[in-house]
Design a protein around this ligand. Structure first.
Ligand code: HEC
Ligand code: HEC
Ligand code: HEC
Ligand code: HEC
Ligand code: HEC
Ligand code: HEC
Ligand code: HEC
Ligand code: HEC
Ligand code: HEC
Length: 406
């Protein structure tokens, strides 16, 4: 019985906020079946949010003129400014949204975005409003794979405008971000591996508050996911340039939309953009590059040695474990080199060196002792062969003596 009241309470609660409508007495729907078919299965339709919640009008009137009389607040098809108000009013209502556990800051954030500023300050109607990113009659949950803002679909949703030359040309901003992104390490992980944890347009720019991260915010935008790189970068000599606003942080070396998988050759390509090859800074980079290359090379060689030893029948469990530790150290060197401190990286490099040498030495010793055991067997074999020959000769003698007797 109590359960029944509880259920009734939870169903009744949103109804009490006035979303639910008796659809059979809604005359907007009787005349507008097309729109109702879209709305019916949307996240709003399922909550009983019907036409007049967004369009105004009196849904209890059968007559078209009465339904849309000026006194009913009928707005017709809303323009962009009205859409932001219509969607935003419900969605910024903490009391109404509380029950659904949905954030209520979309409109507030939108106002801080370049999109919102253009709309409100310049009345620029080329910018997106809520419905450009979410749809309107057929809005679904943002975690639904068919949603235009589901991570796999975000780049296309943004690119509808940002890749549209006619629309974007007057603004004089880049238009090739989608092409670059698709080819980047992030884009490939998203589109090919379907990894939705990877960076899409909104992870770096924000969704409702979409802005290009300023020179000072880049490390924070990337650091949401690459925390160790960020922490170490902030210890580098470049960090003090952030306040001067002329070092674009991560982007300085990795670019923004077309970020590629890394390799030590980045030390040759990225540093020369700002440092001449004969400078201390460039040379420091080359020294760190040397440490990284050597550690990566040592790890690879040792991995091959262990693999071959295992194929040759040696027990390599212990060595595999040590090698795993060496691999972890090589991984740690990746974020660590962002300090650009030779000493810090050298410390890790030394551990890789010790561990790989250890493994190589023990494998070498194991091979030698196997060899020794094989050599130690030789006298035994010689003894057996001699014994066999002696026995053979003895047998022949015995059998010829036997023949002679007959
Ligand atoms: C008796 C039938 C009828 C009823 C009831 C009715 N409509 Fe309509 N509605 C129409 C027709 C027909 C059109 C298209 C012709 C026109 O623009 O007047 C239309 C057009 C519209 C448009 C598009 C207007 C435009 O400028 O293009 C909207 C929005 C709309 N209706 C919403 C509603 C809402 C909301 C309700 C309920 C409050 C409602 N209608 C009730 C028949 C109806
Ligand atoms: C969640 C808010 C919302 C609800 C609910 C809603 N609409 Fe709309 N509707 C919009 C918005 C926003 C637009 C304008 C989209 C644009 O032009 O970008 C629109 C556009 C329209 C249009 C113009 C033609 C079109 O389809 O684009 C008609 C007609 C219409 N709505 C009728 C209805 C009717 C009838 C209902 C109820 C069955 C309804 N709407 C429910 C938000 C809503
Ligand atoms: C430029 C595209 C864009 C615009 C414009 C936009 N949204 Fe969103 N919205 C998104 C994306 C992307 C998400 C997915 C979650 C995220 O990344 O924040 C989202 C998520 C949401 C959610 C789910 C809860 C949340 O905050 O995560 C709601 C509700 C929502 N948007 C409502 C709105 C409303 C209301 C407006 C207009 C004031 C609006 N959106 C404008 C792209 C947009
Ligand atoms: C009458 C109030 C109301 C209006 C107007 C309204 N919404 Fe909603 N919206 C809701 C409610 C309530 C939910 C939550 C439904 C649920 O979670 O089952 C919701 C859910 C959503 C979601 C899904 C949130 C999530 O967590 O995935 C999005 C996106 C959204 N609305 C966008 C819009 C857009 C875009 C408009 C304008 C075209 C709009 N809403 C207008 C009440 C409203
Ligand atoms: C309906 C078209 C449209 C859609 C969809 C759209 N944008 Fe925009 N966007 C614009 C316009 C127009 C501007 C204004 C350009 C300007 O003033 O520089 C803009 C500006 C921006 C800016 C600021 C650029 C600058 O430096 O001035 C960023 C960042 C941005 N959009 C990101 C996004 C992201 C991320 C998405 C997808 C979630 C998106 N946009 C979806 C039209 C769109
Ligand atoms: C890995 C992070 C990241 C991703 C993913 C990303 N951006 Fe950017 N974007 C940036 C940074 C950082 C800037 C600032 C420019 C700079 O400093 O180079 C920028 C700049 C922009 C600008 C302003 C361009 C200008 O000329 O002023 C727009 C518009 C934009 N991005 C849209 C997008 C769109 C659309 C997508 C998805 C296809 C996207 N971005 C994906 C990081 C990202
Ligand atoms: C939403 C999380 C997220 C954000 C934000 C993000 N990344 Fe990534 N990044 C990832 C993931 C996940 C991968 C691994 C992709 C893969 O599977 O190859 C990755 C890969 C990379 C790689 C390649 C690493 C390698 O081993 O080759 C670089 C470089 C990189 N990101 C730099 C950046 C920079 C610079 C920014 C900011 C402008 C940034 N990322 C923003 C999640 C993110
Ligand atoms: C966007 C330009 C830019 C890029 C790219 C860049 N640096 Fe720098 N770097 C600077 C500036 C500016 C300073 C401080 C002024 C100075 O002393 O030259 C600096 C300082 C340094 C310093 C401190 C020593 C010194 O000379 O002051 C080191 C070390 C350094 N950079 C190494 C590197 C390495 C290694 C790379 C490549 C992985 C790199 N930098 C890429 C701009 C850059
Ligand atoms: C001065 C140039 C420079 C700056 C600034 C820089 N990186 Fe790197 N980054 C590199 C180089 C060089 C490598 C490749 C080293 C290697 O092959 O191991 C690298 C490697 C990476 C990797 C690959 C995984 C790893 O740690 O080895 C990621 C992810 C990454 N950087 C993210 C970032 C982020 C996020 C920022 C900003 C907080 C940033 N980087 C700033 C030069 C830079």
């Amino acid at each position: 019985m109590r359960i029944f009241f509880l259920i009734a309470f939870f169903i009744g609660y949103p109804l009490s906020l006035g979303f639910a409508q008796d659809v059979s007495k809604n005359y907007c729907i009787s005349c507008h079946d097309d729109q109702w078919q879209d709305l019916k299965n949307s996240i709003h339709g399922k909550q009983g949010i019907t036409c007049e919640k967004c369009h105004g009008g009196d849904s209890t009137q059968k007559d078209k003129e009465l339904a849309k009389a000026p006194s009913t607040g009928y707005v017709g098809v809303p323009d962009k400014n009205q859409i932001v108000q219509i969607c935003g009013t419900c969605h910024s209502n903490v009391e109404a949204m509380n029950f659904y556990g949905i954030r209520t800051d979309q409109l507030a954030r939108y106002k801080t975005s370049m999109h919102g500023k253009k709309l409100f300050n310049d009345n620029d109607k080329n910018v997106p409003v809520c419905s450009d990113c979410h749809g309107y009659h057929d809005v679904v949950d943002v975690t639904d794979p068919t949603s235009p803002v589901y991570p796999l679909n975000v780049p296309k949703t943004c690119n509808r405008c940002h890749g549209n030359e006619k629309l974007m040309k007057p603004y004089g901003i880049q238009m090739d971000m989608f092409a670059k992104y698709k080819d980047s390490v992030h884009g490939k992980a998203l589109f090919e591996k379907k990894d939705i944890g990877v960076a899409t347009c909104v992870s770096c720019h924000g969704s409702h508050g979409a802005l290009p991260p300023g020179v000072k915010q880049v490390a924070d935008a990337c650091g949401k996911c690459h925390m160790n790189e960020k922490d170490n970068f902030l210890k580098s000599p470049h960090a003090k340039l952030i306040d001067q606003g002329n070092f674009p942080q991560c982007v300085a070396c990795h670019s923004n939309h077309g970020i590629q998988p890394v390799a030590v050759t980045l030390y040759d390509q990225a540093c020369v953009k700002c440092h001449q090859p004969q400078t201390v800074a460039f040379k420091e980079g080359q020294k760190i590059k040397g440490l990284l290359s050597k550690a990566q090379q040592d790890l690879q060689t040792t991995q091959q040695i262990v693999k071959q030893a295992s194929i040759d029948g040696l027990f390599v469990e212990e060595e595999t474990a040590i090698l795993e530790e060496a691999k972890t150290k090589v991984f740690e060197m990746g974020p660590m080199q962002h300090t650009l401190s030779y000493t810090n990286v050298a410390e890790l490099a030394k551990q890789v060196d010790t561990k790989t040498k250890d493994v190589q030495n023990t494998i070498h010793e194991k091979r030698q002792s196997l060899q020794m055991r094989k050599i130690a067997l030789w006298p035994l074999w010689i003894f057996i062969i001699i014994m066999m020959t002696v026995l053979c000769i003895r047998y022949k003698q015995l059998s010829s003596n036997h023949d002679k007797k007959h």
